[in-house]
Ligand binder design. Structure first.
Ligand code: 5GP
Ligand code: MN
Length: 338
């Protein structure tokens, strides 16, 4: 399905963009392929219009995205908060990509809320909060990167998409659709991918850069988690993984190493839900994935201070790892999820 962009809204946004002096693009905490890809894809497009534009990130992005063109020019709030706060305060236009609620930027939240810049949201998460002047929110679309291509198309800018920025946008579509396998993928998604491939970008390089650049430690870590830390709850068609700080230390854990582990749970025949609990500083981070109708978004929202999409969500817990897992099991029992 093609998202419908209201022409009046596009006209207003176009003139806002062309009249802006300083644009800032930002995205959610712990940026993933879609968050960084959409930010850099839009960044390259706006730069090609000779506009002044910066990408600021609430926190570090994983190593397997370092190849993205422009990633070395992004500014990380967790490292240089003063610089980011000045950029946001000076901006007259602020793009909020791949998130629906300012709190998803963690420490940058108040900066965004208090900024006097015009704000434009482009996002695909359900139930967006009203904190932007213009919101392009399409929860049925598989990735923000796909939306960015539609957005650039609505602004008549397709010919300005370069090979390098196409690779960033392709990467976000690829990662947010599980390599084009989820039900969110449509003929439109493939048409957009066609536009990107026509720039001459190399899809095989992107797959390799994202999926075939593990360290040996990371692969052994995956082996350890699958062998020793995976628990199958057949009665609930669920699988959970646990990951302690000691596990991470033992395998020399790097940012991004846990990415994708949770999905292995869904590859067991009959399993409909997979959950990863990982121990962080003072909290337990939880990743939820599901297949079909079971909404992990509701589970994350209701019980684990989180949210996300129906089939991919996240949350956290302030209990210990064991207590968190106990709580999860109790919820499953009470909901009779099967
Ligand atoms: P992941 O498991 O990859 O960290 O997150 C999967 C999805 O869940 C993300 O795309 C994001 O939409 C959502 N998500 C992850 N963590 C949180 C959280 O703490 N709060 C909310 N609202 N959503 C989250
Ligand atoms: Mn996304």
């Amino acid at each position: 399905m093609k998202p419908h962009f209201d022409q009046n809204k596009i006209d207003s946004v176009k003139s806002l963009i062309l009249n802006s002096k300083r644009i800032v693009i930002t995205t959610h905490y712990k940026p993933d392929g879609d968050a960084l890809g959409s930010s850099l894809g839009l960044w390259a497009y706006l730069k090609s219009l000779n506009l002044h534009v910066d990408v600021v990130l609430p926190s570090e992005f994983p190593n397997f995205l370092k190849w993205m063109h422009g990633s070395d020019e992004t500014i990380d709030f967790s490292k240089t908060p003063q610089e980011v706060s000045e950029l946001i305060n000076q901006a007259d236009l602020l793009f909020c990509l791949d998130f629906n609620d300012p709190t998803r930027t963690e420490g940058m939240s108040n900066l965004l809320i208090n900024s006097t810049a015009k704000k434009i949201m482009i996002d695909h998460h359900l139930a967006p909060k009203e904190f932007c002047d213009y919101a392009f929110s399409f929860p049925s679309i598989g990735s923000t990167c796909e939306l960015i291509v539609h957005f650039i198309e609505a602004l008549d800018g397709i010919s300005l998409i370069t090979m390098d920025s196409a690779a960033c946008l392709y990467a976000g579509i690829m990662t947010d659709t599980g390599s084009f396998r989820f039900s969110s993928v449509t003929a439109e998604t493939h048409r957009v991918v066609g536009i990107l491939l026509n720039t001459g970008m190399r899809n095989d390089f992107v797959h390799e850069a994202v999926y075939d650049t593990s360290s040996e430690d990371r692969l052994r870590f995956l082996g350890h988690v699958l062998l020793n830390n995976m628990f199958v709850l057949n009665e609930h068609k669920a699988v959970y993984f646990q990951c302690t700080k000691d596990d991470m230390k033992r395998f020399n854990h790097q940012s991004g190493d846990l990415e994708g582990i949770v999905n292995y749970g869904l590859s067991i025949d009959g399993i409909k839900m997979a959950v990863l609990f990982s121990e962080r500083d003072g909290i337990i981070k939880i990743s939820f994935r599901s297949k079909g109708d079971y909404s992990v978004k509701d589970l994350a929202e209701k019980h684990f201070e989180g949210g996300g999409h129906k089939n991919a969500a996240g949350g956290k817990s302030h209990l210990t790892l064991d207590e968190t897992i106990q709580k999860f099991k109790t919820i499953l029992k009470e909901n009779h999820h099967a």
